[in-house]
Design a protein around this ligand. Sequence first.
Ligand code: HEC
Length: 167
Amino acid sequence: MKIKFLSAGIAMLLACCVAHAASSENKPSNDWLLGAKNDAKRFELLQKYLRGFDQPMWEVGERFRAVHEALSRDNYELAAYHWEKIRTTIQNGYLKRPARKANADAILLNTTWEEVNQAFGTKNSEKAWAGFEKAKNACQACHAAESLPFMNNQPLFDLSRPSSNTK
Ligand code: HEC
């Protein structure tokens, strides 16, 4: 009787240990970086998670919409603020996709960016909106140059000076 209890106890203990070992191995963990095998694996995970040029462009698109909103309220400082962040975002995108640099520099950042920046700096509605149009054309020219003409057929690129804003 005693032995029977003892062996049952050992069996239970063993089962418990096996279950515990299995659960700590397979348990889903939120430590996707800290729990990775080594730093090489961590960098691989980060590189994958940070994606390519699409994610900076997503931000650029949102900020360009914000430029339009700012100009619509005659807030030229805010427009210039987003315009600056757009440049930073595109340049940071080169870290991930260096092949996009040649066209983005030639079409937007080398000269057009500064012209648009100065147009916003005038705080003159007429000149600022002309700057917005110049920027919009450069965005679209780069998409065409990068073989993404479909990118230009979206409401973002229909944005222009609201008729209520023309004085
Ligand atoms: C290299 C030249 C280049 C310039 C300059 C450029 N883009 Fe892009 N844009 C791209 C490329 C390339 C993609 C597609 C990225 C991909 O496929 O990963 C893209 C994608 C986009 C997208 C879609 C992002 C998404 O995945 O949701 C938007 C929105 C966009 N661009 C807006 C703009 C705006 C606004 C400007 C101007 C302020 C601009 N782009 C300037 C190259 C450019």
